[in-house]
Design a protein around this ligand. Structure first.
Ligand code: HEC
Length: 130
């Protein structure tokens, strides 16, 4: 392989890794990563609203697995925070910190939590249907 050929290969490899760091599409794994860094202290690892900080707050962090909000409303409260949608200011606003794609990734992750069986009872019911 000639030197210029090698250079082109390295260039493409570089672009590919850059694209991964700056996701152009919402991605559930990215959502999980963000959640594990920024949300779990209040909402808990599983999104049940039982994070370590939950007891210190006046308003209980939502159990995200039971959230009734659609994707648009989820994204809105994440971006604007509780205060931005006339709810508790103890839910911080993240719009300044995260790109729109990252907010969508968080929405995807929250939706994925809701698809998992929530408790033994629900799992049993599911098993009975099969
Ligand atoms: C400091 C604690 C805290 C942190 C950190 C936090 N939240 Fe919250 N969150 C809350 C509280 C409290 C509420 C309930 C607000 C209310 O109902 O008035 C809430 C509500 C929500 C809701 C509304 C759900 C519903 O159905 O009502 C969503 C969605 C949400 N949070 C997502 C997130 C995401 C995503 C992150 C991380 C980027 C995050 N939160 C970080 C405290 C927190």
């Amino acid at each position: 392989m000639s030197n210029s050929c090698l250079l082109i290969v390295f260039f493409w490899a570089g672009l590919a890794s850059l694209a991964q760091a700056n996701a152009v599409e919402p991605n559930v794994n990215r959502g999980q990563e963000l959640f594990a860094n920024f949300c779990f202290l209040c909402h808990g690892q599983q999104g049940k609203g039982d994070g370590r900080m939950a007891k210190l707050l006046q308003t209980a962090p939502a159990n995200l697995r039971k959230s009734q909000l659609d994707n648009k409303a989820l994204a809105e409260i994440i971006r604007k925070g509780g205060a931005g949608v006339n709810r508790s200011e103890q839910m911080p606003a993240w719009g300044d910190q995260f790109t729109a794609i990252d907010v969508q990734s968080l929405v995807l992750f929250i939706k994925s939590l809701q698809e998992e069986p929530m408790d033994a009872d629900k799992a049993k019911k599911r098993a009975a249907i099969k």
